[in-house]
Design a protein around this ligand. Structure first.
Ligand code: IPT
Length: 978
């Protein structure tokens, strides 16, 4: 978030008042010509001030963000989406990354790992709505914020209605909209919303916002259009809630916990209360991007980011957003972060891993944050009255340190009471009694709130066939199974709990497990207990159908999974995941994972159990569930990485190298809005890499001139983006390296190129002889365009200028980046996989490259570029998900990260990241299955760019928490060496 100023949030009251003349009322989907085959699948999407509606039914939208382009193994998309669904999410939000799909103006690829249609189909099959976010600008810490490198050449300000940009983005939208449109809910798919632009709050152009929406409509987009207004941008400009360019459902982004992961454990809402403002009174409150992790701005590591945004943060801020803001549309950024593989990372804020400290780790493992999403998500999915609420009178608290805030459903009168600390930063544990005027009567309810905790309590709720009068435990879910109700409630370990249920006459209460007392008087059955482990209470008679109450703690509640089948819902305890369930005759069939051997318990409408197609022996418990046991995963021991071979490259540095096939970098003018500096001859050649179609990765330059023998120094400047470097050679002699420049200075198009001053050893250049200056520049990725002013984004990459002191000779430049430039040599792996290293251009990264003549390697490297290659075979246990990472350094590695060199890691030809202490704290590089063959031969190739003599640390293959079950993953097709 470089350069973003964070001011305190201004009141948006004025903006809201101005919105009085609001635009359209509820957006209604145009009627489709119904045919016999399509009519059943078409749905209407509408909304009012309370919620979205599908076919007139209110829904609470619980979405999480996932970028398919950060997981280039399409079979694994299903794994992540099933994990979302299993946590109670009913939607996935995704950006579509223009740069990922378009290597060249007018050229788009939507096949293989870029198969958007497949992604949308998978979401439909899993049963998730989709929030489609095609930009054109997306930010997202991806190169150029989603803008292709070639867009720098297009005249006219990006993110405006300038003609050049308009033509370019309309072409992109035309292509991506065509893929999204058939997947809309209105046409039988699951796309429910369309997000125009991204945090378009500074330097805005209303015509542009209007044009994007007109284009979407012209392309057949029928669902409501939303946008995500930045957190604190209201002070700058439009929220797009009214006026020209307004959208139907404006949303708000909020990151209350900041991106300062190093402050985990000490900071609490440094960026505000996290309230989502109501921007329009005819649309639901939409938390369009609500913080669910963080980028690691200060290299604290993603575990720190996970702590920063952990369960306590989620309880306090998410529940407040529900009750204090009254939001019914949530999208959490990120649900699964993934990997910024290849040259995807935007250089200023991130390194390879985009784990994000999310609920699901980069290696697709579930965390304590996932458990919290599940506890909250199941609640949101189970309690219909939450979809229509207004503010209500809160119970009075006996302790001023404990506050209560309330909402109620105007139709059912159900109340939702948020109990939290009055001072949100307080870390004490407080008790209070609530004097609660509930729909069923007035109750005195004891509550306890730990520091930085928050609870949403219910009153007056028709819970299946039961009536919940009031409760101090939180409801996680309830379901009807076999003619009775099961309700799962929970509280913190050791805290007291009270539930009051209404019965016409005294029911029979049987405590099956745990310590629970009960009493009945005037229609109220009161149960009292201390939350500990899992208590079970069976209540029968009393004029209602039977109820099984499960009273858990945070931990035991999170051990349950709920899945829906055609024959009603099932509740499962004991597995590490339930992906889906179905009922076949008298058998409940589960697709489930286990992280270790143990019990499985199932509440469902059948007496037999099968898991992943295998029958499981079960007995029926006193509580009516099925109980059996399941094996865990097999242990995994990946092979050692041995047999490395090595070869030094960089022939481009040598004077005699044949660069006749390279492009002449001889332009004297450019549409990229930056002025190159003049050199010693008075020329100002345009050396920018994008000028010649080299948009990503490393770029070589060779400057030819006639020597005089009087040269004393070379001055160079290059722009790489943060953490990038460049290296220079003169007539094959290594001059040295320098840090590349980063962002342009604010408000001027004056870049801050990385300066290099290199002395020329006397005698190196001979009078009258040809000489060549070779420069290797690392393009670390393109800046984003958060400020919508071209200033950062259009900053070029590559050599900015070079000048020779002691000479006035002209220099003739040649340039070479990725083989083929924008005409991709390897479309399967795409535009962001390789740059212009000699080895990359020659296929040294590919499987099958004949490296037999290379020397045996001990990991030693010298200044310049050195490659290492090895192969290994895997035969990992079948029927389980084993995530494998490549670790640099000793297993369990601590100690300093190396500096002075950087390593590009290629797995079977795929660039899976860049390792260096100069880049970030990352030691483990995830080798995604699909790119990694779990049964067969694999090739690792490392390209080391070094400014020093060094020895690489040892590398090992590390398995992460294997899970029995998983999904079937096919190898992603991509060519080897030919
Ligand atoms: C918000 C962006 O919309 C999103 O694309 C991503 O960059 C995210 O931040 C940070 O990871 S911008 C907001 C935090 C100012």
């Amino acid at each position: 978030m470089n350069g973003r100023s964070r001011t305190s949030k201004p009141s948006r009251l004025l903006a809201i008042l101005l919105a009085a003349a609001a635009l359209a009322v509820a957006f209604s989907v145009p009627t489709q010509p119904a045919t016999a085959t399509t009519v059943a699948k078409m749905h209407q999407v509408t909304y009012d001030r309370y919620s979205l509606m599908v076919d007139g039914q209110r829904i609470l939208l619980q979405s999480a963000e996932f970028h398919y382009w950060r997981l280039p193994s399409p079979d694994l998309w299903r794994d992540v989406l099933e994990k979302f669904k299993a946590a109670g999410f009913n939607a996935v939000s995704t950006y579509f990354d223009w740069a990922y799909h378009s290597p060249k103006p007018g050229v788009y690829d939507f096949t293989g790992v870029r198969d958007v249609d497949r992604f949308l189909r998978t979401a439909e099959q899993v049963g998730l709505y989709v929030i489609a976010r095609p930009g054109p600008y997306i930010n997202a810490e991806t190169t150029g914020g989603g803008f292709p490198g070639w867009l720098k050449r297009v005249p006219g300000r990006a993110r405006s209605s300038a003609p050049g940009y308009t033509q370019a983005y309309q072409d992109w939208l035309g292509h991506i909209d065509r893929l999204i449109a058939p997947h809309q809910l209105t046409r039988g798919g699951s796309v429910i919303l369309y997000n125009a632009e991204n945090e378009y709050a500074v330097n805005t152009d209303a015509q542009y916002m209007e044009d994007i929406q007109a284009k979407a409509r012209a392309d057949g987009i029928e669902v409501p259009i939303t946008t995500n207004d930045c957190c604190d941008a209201g002070s700058w400009s439009s929220t797009w809630a009214s006026g020209k360019g307004a959208v139907q459902i404006p949303g708000v982004d909020d990151y209350p916990q900041s991106f300062e992961c190093q402050d985990a454990g000490t900071t609490w809402g440094p960026w505000g209360e996290g309230i989502t403002e109501e921007l329009r009174d005819d649309a639901p409150v939409f938390a369009a991007e609500y913080q669910a992790g963080a980028i690691d701005l200060n290299d604290a590591g993603y575990d720190a980011c996970r702590d920063l945004t952990g369960p306590a943060y989620m309880k306090y801020f998410y529940k407040s957003n529900l009750i204090a803001s009254g939001a019914t549309m949530f999208s959490y950024y990120m649900g699964y972060g993934g990997t910024s593989w290849g040259w995807l990372p935007q250089p200023n804020d991130v390194y390879t891993s985009y784990d994000y400290g999310a609920a699901i780790t980069e290696t697709r493992r579930l965390t304590a944050k996932y458990d919290e999403f599940k506890r909250q998500g199941y609640f949101l999915g189970a309690v219909g009255p939450l979809t229509k609420t207004g503010t209500a009178t809160a119970p009075a608290s006996s302790n001023p340190a404990v506050q209560a805030q309330a909402r109620a459903n105007p139709d059912t009168s159900t109340q939702f009471v948020l109990v939290s600390h009055t001072d949100r930063a307080s870390a004490t544990s407080e008790s209070a009694t609530l004097d609660w005027a509930a729909p069923d009567g007035r109750y005195t309810v004891p509550v306890r709130v730990d520091g930085r905790d928050a609870k949403v309590l219910l009153a007056g709720y028709d819970m299946g066939g039961q009536r919940l009068a009031v409760s101090s435990s939180e409801l996680m879910t309830h379901l009807a199974v076999d003619g009775r109700d099961i309700a799962l409630l929970y509280g913190r370990e050791g805290e007291p709990g009270t539930i009051v249920l209404r019965y016409p006459s005294a029911p029979a209460v049987k405590v099956l497990e745990g310590a629970v007392t009960s009493s009945y008087s005037s229609g109220d059955l009161e149960l009292d207990y201390t939350h500990s482990g899992l208590a079970r209470v069976l209540i029968t008679g009393g004029g209602r159908r039977p109820l099984l109450l499960l009273l858990g703690t945070d931990a035991t509640a999170a051990s349950f999974w709920r899945a829906d089948t055609g024959d009603g819902p099932v509740l499962v305890r004991g597995t590490s995941l339930v992906r889906s369930a179905s009922v076949r005759g008298n058998t409940v069939d589960l697709r489930a994972d286990t992280g270790k051997a143990g019990d499985i318990e199932v509440f469902g409408p059948a007496r037999k159990l099968a898991v992943n197609g295998e029958p499981v022996q079960v007995r029926t418990t006193a509580g009516g569930s099925l109980l059996g046991s399941l094996p865990g995963p097999s242990a995994v021991k990946p092979p050692a990485l041995t047999g490395w071979r090595t070869r030094a490259e960089a022939p481009e540095a040598r004077p005699g190298f044949d660069d006749s096939g390279w492009v002449a970098a001889d332009h004297t003018t450019t549409t990229i809005p930056y002025e190159p500096p003049t050199d010693q001859s008075g020329a100002a050649p345009v050396l920018f890499a994008e000028e010649y179609g080299f948009d990503h990765g490393n770029v070589w330059y060779r400057g030819h001139f006639t020597a005089t023998g009087t040269e004393t120094a070379v001055s160079t400047s290059a722009i790489t983006g943060k953490r990038g470097i460049y290296l220079a050679w003169l007539n094959g002699h290594y001059l040295g390296s320098a840090a590349g420049g980063t962002e342009a200075d604010a408000d001027t198009h004056t870049p801050r190129p990385g300066p290099g001053e290199f002395a020329i050893p006397s005698g190196l250049l001979k009078p009258g002889e040809r000489a060549v200056l070779s420069v290797l520049v690392e393009n670390m990725g393109n800046n984003d365009d958060w400020t919508a002013d071209d200033n950062r984004f259009k900053q070029p990459r590559g050599l900015f200028g070079a000048s020779i002191t002691g000479s006035a000779a002209p220099i003739a430049w040649k340039i070479q980046g990725a083989r083929g430039g924008e005409n991709l040599a390897d479309p399967a792996r795409g535009p962001l996989n390789t740059g212009g290293l000699y080895g990359e251009r020659s296929g040294w990264h590919l499987p099958g490259y004949p490296d037999g003549s290379w020397r045996k390697a001990a990991g030693a490297v010298a200044p310049g570029v050195t490659w290492l290659r090895t192969t290994f075979r895997l035969d990992l246990p079948k029927g389980q998900d084993t995530s494998v990472a490549l670790r640099f350094g000793a297993p369990g590695g601590t100690g300093d990260l190396p500096h002075g060199y950087r390593v590009l890691v290629f797995l079977n030809g795929w660039n899976v990241g860049q390792f260096s202490g100069d880049i970030g704290p990352q030691r483990d590089f995830y080798l995604q299955e699909g790119l990694l063959r779990h049964h067969g031969a694999n090739t690792l190739a490392l390209a080391v760019i070094s400014t020093t003599d060094a020895t690489l640390p040892p590398t090992t293959l590390i398995p992460t928490a294997p899970q029995r079950g998983g999904t079937t993953v096919a190898t992603v097709p991509a060519p080897g060496y030919r």
